[in-house]
Design a protein around this ligand. Structure first.
Ligand SMILES: [Zn+2]
Length: 373
């Protein structure tokens, strides 16, 4: 879902992206500030001031959310955990962190860094607010709202349900006390789901006996919390089933290779349509050159399919992520998820020996859970 985003540049080696849904929040926040909050609190400003300060406040709110996510990521990087990207979307930010923290201590520091930075930012805005209060009302209004929203951001993220920051802090403490990561995640996600349901029921109650808009918003947040908690626990359970098993156990061995010289039209008619496969290794003189997938093919418009070749369309070897037959399946699932791809070539001594796809992993998991293994 969060693959698409507008790149904003790199910070400390982390690429920052803006998901399209973020614009919804930007417009809503600006609109609510310029037509509701500021006119209600400060009736004497001009229309231009309401909108100008509204836009500026929204932008600084965006910087605040970014600072929160960046502090998680920077602590992760100092602990040796690479962070690929940060995407800002409708509910805040998501950091693409390539693996789970290796120790309770790292997790604790990583999780706490975000809310702490929000609290510090809130404090800074509050300090500026006190300083400019007598001098400029628009500046005072802007800093007051930002102080308040940063405190709220810290408070909301400290809700002790996994995968919220507070839930991660809780998980790291249980993990530290018991030494059992799986049980800690289970407890933290159960609490996360319980808090999610609490928000949902509280929201529904509010819809019928008070403010339906606020109620709806609270219920939505609850639904988001519940889904995230359930999802993150399921992912961990999947990892548990996969751990200790090798790529060679589930990979597809027969992979019809295609020539780089074929046109896309030929590829579609001679290989894709009658095999039903979604992915083909591109091989010339028994050297692997790259991989061509259904997604690559879909990117070529119909009129270009007669002339464009496989070589021009494929993902070349040097840009290709790959795994080895002896790699652990749990790491493969992680790789597929962080890279947001569906399949990986399995390579041994520069030769392609098979393909591994999400489907392979899913049927492996399904079979084992049906048999209760
Ligand atoms: Zn956070």
């Amino acid at each position: 879902m969060l693959k698409a985003g507008i790149p904003l540049g790199r910070f400390f080696g982390i690429s920052i992206k803006l998901h399209y849904s973020w614009f919804i929040i930007f417009v809503l926040v600006t609109w609510a500030l310029a037509t509701g909050y500021f006119p209600d609190s400060y009736p004497k400003w001009s229309l231009a001031a309401y909108w100008g300060i509204g836009v500026a406040t929204s932008l600084l709110f965006f910087v605040s959310v970014l600072a929160h996510e960046l502090s998680h990521s920077l602590v992760a990087q100092t602990a040796g955990i690479p962070v690929k990207s940060i995407t800002l979307f409708v509910f805040g930010g998501v950091s693409q962190i390539s693996k789970e923290p290796g120790s309770a201590n790292t997790e604790f520091r990583m999780a706490l860094a975000g809310p702490l930075s929000s609290l510090v930012l809130g404090g800074i805005f509050w300090g500026i607010h006190i300083a400019v209060k007598g001098a400029s009302e628009p500046l005072a209004g802007l800093t007051f709202w930002l102080a308040w929203i940063n405190a709220a951001l810290a408070g909301f993220n400290l809700i002790p349900g996994f995968p919220m920051d507070g839930g991660r802090v809780l998980r790291s403490i249980i993990w530290w006390r018991t030494g059992n990561l799986r049980n800690s995640t289970r407890i933290a996600s159960i609490i996360g789901r319980a808090i999610g349901y609490l928000f949902i029921f509280g929201g529904i109650f509010w819809i019928f006996w008070g403010n339906w808009l606020n109620g709806l918003w609270i219920a939505l947040i609850g639904w988001f919390l519940e889904t995230a908690a359930a999802g993150s626990y399921q992912q961990l359970a999947f990892q548990d089933i996969l751990r200790g098993h090798k790529v060679s156990e589930v990979m597809t061995r027969e992979c019809p290779a295609v020539s780089p010289k074929l046109t896309i039209e030929q590829l579609v008619h001679e290989y894709v349509l009658n095999s039903g496969r979604r992915c083909f290794p591109v091989v010339e003189d028994s050297h692997l050159l790259g991989l061509i997938t259904l997604n690559d093919i879909k990117g070529v418009s119909r009129e270009h399919r007669l002339t464009k070749t496989v070589k021009e369309t494929m993902t070349p070897l040097e840009k290709l992520k790959s795994v080895q037959p002896n790699d652990d399946l749990a790491n493969v699932l992680q790789l597929l998820t962080t890279e947001d791809i569906n399949q990986l070539p399995v390579i041994e001594n520069n030769n392609i020996v098979g393909m591994i796809a999400r489907d392979n992993l899913l049927s492996f998991i399904r079979t084992r859970s049906e048999l209760g293994m």
